[in-house]
Design a protein around this ligand. Sequence first.
Ligand code: BG6
Length: 369
Amino acid sequence: EKGGYDTFMAKEIAEQPKAVSDTLLGRIGTDGRLKLDEMRLTDAELREVDKVVVIACGTAYHSGMVAKYAIEHWTRIPTEVELASEFRYRDPVVGPRTLVIAISQSGETMDTIMALRFAREQGAKVLAICNTQGSTIPRESDAVVYTYAGPEVAVASTKAFLTQIVACYLVALYVAQVRGNKYGDEIAAVVRELQDMPRKVDLVLDTTEEMKRIADELKDAPSVLFIGRHVGFPVALEGALKLKELAYMHAEGFAAGELKHGPIALLEDGVPVIVVVPSPAGRSVLHEKIISNIQEVRARGARTIVIAEEGDEAVVPYADTIVRIPACPTLLQPLVATVPLQVFAAAMATAKGLDVDQPRNLAKSVTVE
Ligand code: BG6
């Protein structure tokens, strides 16, 4: 049932191009317009939304962080993202014009269920992004956009994460389409780019052997740091979470610009720092900034493993190791940049002789608060 792979996780990583493509299937018309059949919220309701709050746990929370960048950029609606377990215990400002997006692979995570119930009590509309048909979260929500990752067996989420991000893009672009805004032309171009992402996710699977080799070299490191900016920040957090979950290692993700405000004190000779580099195209400021961040960590003796686009030559002088990913618009980059980090975490666990599919202390779905 592992289809020739050693672990379910390896199989699920390899299934990501299909998972992404299945999640896009039937949702983009030949005219490039989006159709979300299970959306159920009316155009009038979507036009009234004045705030979006994304709630989720674990890996799904990281997809929610990506959603914030996409929703604010494409729709201009202020968006917050919050851990579901924190949300209802802090008296959040939620009302009838708030759209709450609950993201969950299983649809049964109790923290997320309780948060969505609270949101609905406050009169908010809840849209679920979920991988499990008929589970509690979509049943209790006003609308649902299903992800089509298929069953995910490995405890650590991989393909579900990528499809959650895709669903977030679809929701953001759909809301932008309904409301109409100054980014109209950009949206058509993004939709075309999105359709090309399954191919790019497939290409990035070619980094698998390289990531395994890097993992073998780093398996005894006391800790691994991940840095990124913009949507590379949630990718860095996800890379660190995967490593904690699977290899039981100290790992942390940081917004690269925040490093100098404290965490840089952690750096010493040989500490591996994995850098997620934003696309150099169109957003050169962000790219320049991360280059100075790489210089900062290198100057403290860190060993830099740089995840950068094909053709990005500017990073070469600052990288001990470069891992190449296909070029794509910055907002879409998490779909390719996350994949080598998933492989890396699984390979670290394997190198340490650990159970990749069933890490200690974790459950696939946590049904208690
Ligand atoms: C955790 C799982 O406890 O729940 C994580 O171990 C997962 O992998 C998190 O990301 C959220 O789960 P779900 O099903 O709500 O996406």
